[in-house]
Design a binder for this molecule. Structure first.
Ligand SMILES: [Zn+2]
Length: 403
């Protein structure tokens, strides 16, 4: 790993460095210089991975080749015997190669690209794909719409052809996974979540045997010291760390102790199938989506709760100081406050005791208008946007529009 780093990116080295541990972590400030379109024949992708601002990133043809080959090695045995796939990944590096990956495995591929949700549902109904390859948010929307179209979540109402689901591009919340498995009638081993980034490529995938995420070969994951990634520790429990990754596979971008700013839980070595692998339990989200509200308050749990009740709703948590305001798209169901209380019993107790203010909860029907008045990004494409904002919502953002 160290030799690869010095061979390809000598500028990263320091004269006194004798091993990987001596190289500094590549945080977004130090990585900035490497974002650029470059090299003849390279494909270029846009990444918002490390700061929220779009940046251009090159992938050389040989890097693309291993990226595709690696996915084929990963999916091949697991998709054996299946023949039709449906892809809906919007845009990006993964979307750009999904067809190539699956066609190379002998599957017939329908790539929905950026087409309307209803058209995608019709295509699924007509083509009866066995494999669904999509982002978690598109998966949630597809399940929701297909369920609506079938009239009721009854047996036979769902597309019975689906045997495997692959997700990529965002955090797959347990609620979205559970809904999809239930709707399609598949087990956990038949939904593979792949975690990756435009900078690194595929990083880890869920294992059909043990359910945990195993890192791909050629990658070295390590926790980032809090002082590098954040002023405070992630608010998602003691075994949550911010992940850095090194790779011997990238040659046009230095994946050398690269800080992903993703918070992961349970990073360790684990033996699975007789092989010792770098493993983790789950990806919790971005380390910059931090909530300060009384005691440790997990934005992952909050996002999961919202996704469970409202699979496709957009939302923001406003957390200017040690208080919490939630703004969620749609109409408030009668049980939402109870669900929130149940999910966060410690915080409910704190607010019952008057130690923190009760969360303020507001549902808005016209989320686009709300977001426009608030000057917030309303559309969700690709990675989950930041949901936690450290500002106080202004009352004028909630003004109903005059017809
Ligand atoms: Zn395993």
């Amino acid at each position: 790993m160290f030799r690869h780093a010095l061979d390809h990116f000598p500028a990263l080295g320091e004269d006194t460095a004798e091993g990987l541990d001596d190289l500094p972590f590549l945080d977004h400030r130090r990585a900035r210089a490497w974002y650029r379109p470059s090299a003849d024949g390279s494909r270029c992708f846009s990444s918002t991975g490390t700061s929220g601002h779009p940046k251009r990133l090159a992938w050389a043809p040989e890097e693309d080749a291993w990226y595709v080959g690696e996915k084929q090695a990963l999916f091949g045995p697991w998709l054996a015997g299946l023949s039709r796939a449906f892809v809906s990944l919007a845009v990006g590096h993964n979307a750009g190669s999904a067809r190539q990956v699956l066609e190379g495995l002998g599957l017939e591929v329908h790539d929905a690209g950026l087409s309307p949700l209803d058209e995608q549902c019709s295509a699924i109904a007509a083509r009866q794909p066995e494999v669904l390859y999509c982002s978690p948010s598109i998966l949630a929307r597809l399940v929701d719409r297909l369920r609506d179209r079938s009239g009721a979540p009854r047996e036979g109402g769902r597309p019975g052809s689906i045997r495997r689901v692959i997700t990529n591009g965002e955090v797959l919340f347990p609620s979205v996974r559970a809904r999809a498995q239930e709707f399609f009638g598949i087990g956990a081993a038949h939904l593979m979540d792949t975690y990756g980034s435009t900078e690194i490529g595929t990083i880890a995938t869920t294992c059909p045997a043990c359910g945990a995420y195993h890192f791909l070969d050629g990658l070295y994951p390590e926790p980032v010291p809090p002082e590098v990634a954040l002023p405070s520790a992630p608010a998602d429990g003691p075994d949550a760390v911010v992940l850095a990754v090194s790779s011997v596979k990238r040659t046009s971008f230095p994946v050398v102790r690269l800080v992903t700013y993703d918070v992961v839980q349970g990073l360790r070595r684990q033996v699975c199938g007789g092989v010792s692998r770098f493993t983790m339990d789950r990806v919790l989200g971005r380390c910059d989506d931090l909530l300060n509200y009384g005691e440790l308050f997990s934005s992952f749990e909050l996002a999961d709760l919202i996704r469970r009740r409202f699979p496709v709703a957009r939302w923001y948590a406003f957390n200017p100081r040690n208080d919490l305001a939630l703004v969620i798209e749609g109409v408030e169901p009668p049980d939402f406050r109870d669900l929130l209380r149940d999910r966060f019993p410690l915080h409910s107790r704190l607010s019952d005791l008057g130690l923190v203010d009760e969360p303020r909860i507001r549902f808005v029907r016209d989320f686009d208008a709300f977001a426009a008045r608030a000057g917030l990004a309303a559309t969700v494409e690709g990675k989950e946007p930041r949901h936690v904002l450290t500002v106080t919502p202004d009352p004028s953002w909630f003004d109903e529009e005059v017809p």
